[in-house]
Design a protein around this ligand. Sequence first.
Ligand SMILES: [Zn+2]
Length: 279
Amino acid sequence: MVMPLPQPATSSIQIIDDLVAERQNGKNAAFFNGIHAEWRTRVQDYVAQCGSPEFIHDWPAVAHKKKSFLNLYLSSRVGSTQATMLDLLDDHELTLCPACGEAGRPNTLDHYLPKGRYPHFCVTPLNLFPMCDACQKEKLEKTGDANSPRFFVHPYFDVFVAQRVLELSIHRPYDKPTFALSVRPGLTVAQTALITSHVRELAIEQRYAHFFRGQHRRLLRLVNEMRSNDQNVQMNLAAFRDSYSDPSENSWEHVFYCAVLADANLLDYLENSQLPDYP
Ligand SMILES: [Zn+2]
């Protein structure tokens, strides 16, 4: 699941000055000179409002130049200001998607505020972060609706997701359980609404159903081994849980083992019942 990311090294304000300076001899020089000050102000607002679509407005006056903005992102020349910034963002060492927690290197960049509607943020470093293909496919141009103006966790600003934000419950029968995800109690009303919409809009619960089934089968196998080796089941499971809290308390394994250890009935089943023999 979600995890916060350190903010990009490239300044979201400075890059505008550099982009405008680079265009002084091009055919769009007059256009970029004309919007320079307002472009800067709009990015400053983005930073001040933490990227929230609730408070950030469209820019109709530049709609006719949408393509010129998008070209900054889509056709960046090697060595240009924005290509250097994009290379830095691509040069990460993440081993899971910060939006959903899918294991593996997220190999695309997402525009938190979509570039179709907000083309002037298409090369704003604070609006770009690594994401997996499956999340991108679900997110597309979505930002929010009338009921929840902001659907998605912002990995650079929503630092509260450094703590565990989801709770998994495991329901009987324990040899073939069902799973339910909910927002962890103790978060604020706004945080709860944000996590709820993030999970819903990225279809996270559906996408991870098979993961939890697989983890549970693995759990039964592991506990069978522990019991046949006379090992302390709860101590071992706690060690698994703690090892999975890195790089994020919201890693799916960590959420899973927290659920196991919080369920006294399941622990009793694991320690004392005849467990099925999975291959
Ligand atoms: Zn993802």
